[in-house]
Design a protein around this ligand. Sequence first.
Ligand code: ZN
Ligand code: ZN
Length: 392
Amino acid sequence: MRVSVEEIIQRTIAKVNSELRKLSLAIHDNPEVALKEVKACKLLTDYLETKRYKVERNVGGLNTAFIASYTSPAGNKGLNIGFCSEYDALPHIGHGCGHNLIAVSGIAMLLAISEVLDKCSIPGTVKLFGTPAEEAIGGKIIMQQQGVFEGTDILMMVHPSQGYSGSWHSQCSLSMVVEYFGKASHAAMAPWEGINAGSAATIAMQTIGVLREQFKPEWRAHGIIAVGGQVANAIPDYSRIEYTVRAGNTDDLKIIRDRVLKCFKAAALVTGCTHKVKEEYAYLDNQDNPVLGRMYEGLMREMYNVPLFPNAGGSTDFGNLSHNYITLHGMYDLADTGVPNHSKQFTEDARTEAAHERTMFAAEAISRIAARCLVDQDFWDSVKRAYCNKLA
Ligand SMILES: [Zn+2]
Ligand SMILES: [Zn+2]
């Protein structure tokens, strides 16, 4: 009896379900922040090697990035399909974005499509990209700059959230570090001799707060005073702000960036401090391929009868890939509770059995989409057409 592609996918994922659950829990119990995901990376790559994958480590100059790949026995002439895993945690919050689940979803999809290539004798290659530092720095941006994704026809991943969506238009974001330099002095004996860098940081935050009145609804500006001073009885001669601005598109991001930079400058001017701004990583808005997105949403409705999730805020370094590749960033509901990502409750929810099962069915849906790209030429042509229309 001929087994369908859907059955191959479903059986392959079911077979490793409990192993992936163990991996996910091990990563959850040992949260590691951006570029420090050493144990998570080892757990994942060691596991992939037990499944006989060729694993390349230290990819793109990042020691916690990896690629695992498999080429069909029918040859590599067909599509080159890529999936992304993430595995970094948040400082103090742990896996409050559920990247332990994303980590194992990537393995599930890699295994499923390897099996499809194998069993159906379809030419092609499948790769899993281990992409560190999504929450800070943007590992995928660095990997993209290093040409790691070149030759890939399609890139897909899943992410836990508060609902299901195959059309998440995330925000562009830019992170900045601002330093103020003043002059220290005794805060009681000779405060007039000091130049207060802590005050500059406070004024900068307040000025942006006032500016906020004129923001468009999707604009965001948020940050912290990472260093406000050193001791209470001295005028602080140094302060540091870490700040992020976000907007719906790159043109708006430039407007909000320029205005915030003026706020930083104004705070220096009024206090007499000097200041230095370092612009760090910029995440672009995510643009899911509409044909892939519709199929994902259709599968979610058909398989699980779940409500779709209206677009909301947030950013991802996967957005940068969506500007150069055919992509899908499938969102799925973590816990039915509406609890937001980056909260302690989300961290707890990300280790439940139910969350793991939802991750597995999201991975199954994405695998079914990848398989359709491999076996249905008309479908793949329509995906490519949608991509070209976006570029036009
Ligand atoms: Zn995340
Ligand atoms: Zn996150």
